[in-house]
Write a protein that binds this ligand. Structure first.
Ligand code: UD1
Ligand code: MG
Length: 458
């Protein structure tokens, strides 16, 4: 089948009023990626090398977004929303180039998987002209029913047009179809709008194809993969399904999730075998984790690379550009941004490392802050191999701490420190014997005098 050419036409012209949003519905995200981008990915994975995106509402915003998530896709504007068949025909120019298979997909059905699409394409390869993807929702109310005879699909009947007997059918139209490219335009052009809504229904091509003696069949996808999004409750349900699938995939690939239902992945999270993830961990986009890492509870990680056998958290925040090399450690209440933490380096407690390099095996004491920003520009801090930064130090960037450099705790370091040097950046301590007692007595008698004066006034 791989030699069959395939175009996917993704319908995404609707506004999605029930989302109650300024953002077009299909740009709402699941796992950090617009839902329509999930559809594009599924189509690609099913072998659709060309993509046509039919847009309408929020066309400019849609074009801008599509340039990012589907740079190769062509966009077609459906000026008036006259129905799903009309929407597919907005991409006439692409369809008429001639493809073996045309996949019609909905931008608001983001969980559709490549397997379901491949199964439909397979039936086209066997000779069907139209393959409808069906599913069995727990409650079929509201969906078009698939009417079959002898293994062939004869019609899609919308619920309001069903007989009592037909209404009992649990097999419903998921909305998506695979159509033989050779017949696609002829079938779509034959669709009329003589129905209650005055719309051009894509579903009508089933009966049109049958009348022409063409082969029409249905395949079955899981309920979850056919889940359509209309409102934010559906969106949350789709997110939950997506996360569940991803957690299972992670565990089957050798990742331990101690409390899987509390770990959130992004669409692009990469995580190696033998990594252990504790509870309540959130992975934003752009995270790559090698093998054998430990991610402790309540860590928030995005745009970060974590090397093998690293130790992160609990309560760590890794922001974009955090790059932890083998066996590095970033402990509790630490934030790392745009910084390389080299092999075996330790950033254990209450620290901010931003725009920096921490050399191999360096030890960063509790409360260390790289002061990287003066309100206008960002500056770099370079900490050498094996350096020791005493607790509660401020490193005012731009600055270099040499290899083996040693910073006394409580220092404010404003000048670079050479290799192996010891630097103090704090006032020298002065200790005066007996002065504490004397001070205490003076303060106590002053307080007593004040109290007495206040009593006399009353
Ligand atoms: C459709 C099916 C129905 C099926 C259901 C499953 C048709 C006629 N009906 O109904 O049998 O059970 O999906 O969810 O196909 N769109 C456009 N332009 C248009 C109209 C629609 O781009 O002019 C887009 C929408 O933005 C949406 C998709 O096509 O992404 C589906 O349209 P929608 O109105 O949701 O169809 P349903 O009524 O749900
Ligand atoms: Mg719908």
């Amino acid at each position: 089948m791989s030699q069959r050419s395939c175009l996917s036409v993704i319908l995404a012209a609707g506004e999605g009023t029930r989302m109650k949003s300024a953002l077009p519905k299909v740009l709402h995200q699941i796992a950090g990626l617009p839902m329509v981008a999930h559809v594009v990915r599924a189509a690609e994975a099913a072998g659709a090398s060309s993509q046509a995106l039919v847009i309408g509402y929020g066309a400019d915003e849609m074009r801008k977004a599509a340039a990012k998530f589907a740079p190769k896709a062509e966009t077609f504007v459906q000026e008036k929303r006259l129905g799903t068949a009309h929407a597919v025909l907005a991409a006439r120019e692409a369809i008429s180039r001639g493809y073996d298979d045309v996949l019609v997909m909905f931008g608001d059905t983001p969980l559709i998987d490549a397997d379901a699409l491949m199964a439909a394409r397979f039936r086209l390869a066997e000779g069907a002209a139209v393959v409808v993807i069906g599913f069995r929702p727990p409650n079929p109310t509201g969906y078009g029913r698939l009417i079959e005879k002898g293994g062939k699909l004869t019609a899609i009947r919308e619920e309001k047009d069903c007989s009592a007997e037909e209404r009992k059918i649990g097999f419903c139209n998921a909305g998506m179809m695979a159509v033989a490219g050779a017949h696609a335009l002829k079938l779509l052009d034959a669709v009329g709008n003589k129905n209650a809504k005055g719309e051009y229904y894509l579903t009508d091509i089933v009966e049109i194809a049958r009348a022409q003696g063409l082969d029409v069949v249905a395949t079955e996808a899981s309920f979850e993969s056919a889940l359509g999004i209309n409102n934010r409750i559906d969106l949350a349900q789709a997110e939950a399904v997506w996360q569940q699938r991803r957690r299972h995939a992670a565990m089957l690939s050798g990742v331990t999730l101690i409390a899987p239902e509390t770990v959130y992945f992004s669409y692009d999270t990469e995580i190696g075998a033998d990594t252990i993830v504790e509870s309540n961990v959130w992975f934003g986009p752009g995270v790559k984790i090698a093998n054998g890492a430990k991610i402790h509870a309540f860590s928030h990680i995005e745009g970060a690379t974590i090397g093998s056998n690293c130790d992160v958290g609990p309560f760590a925040r890794l922001r974009p550009g955090a790059d932890l090399r083998t066996k590095a450690k970033v402990g509790n209440f630490c934030e790392v941004k745009q910084a390389v933490i080299e092999e075996g380096a330790k950033v254990n407690h209450l620290t901010y490392i931003g725009d920096a390099r921490v050399g191999a095996r360096a030890n960063i004491g509790a409360g260390t802050i790289t002061c990287n920003y003066d309100g206008y520009s960002k500056f770099f801090t370079d900490i050498g191999e094996g350096a020791f930064i005493g607790s509660n130090s401020s490193l005012v960037a731009p600055i270099t701490i040499g290899n083996g450099g040693y910073i006394a705790s409580g220092s404010v370091i404003t000048e670079s420190v050479p290799d192996e040097a010891l630097a103090f950046g704090r006032a020298r301590q002065k200790t005066i014997p007996g002065k504490g007692k004397e001070l205490r007595e003076r303060l106590a008698s002053a307080a007593a005098a004040k109290k007495k004066a206040a009593g006399a006034d009353n």
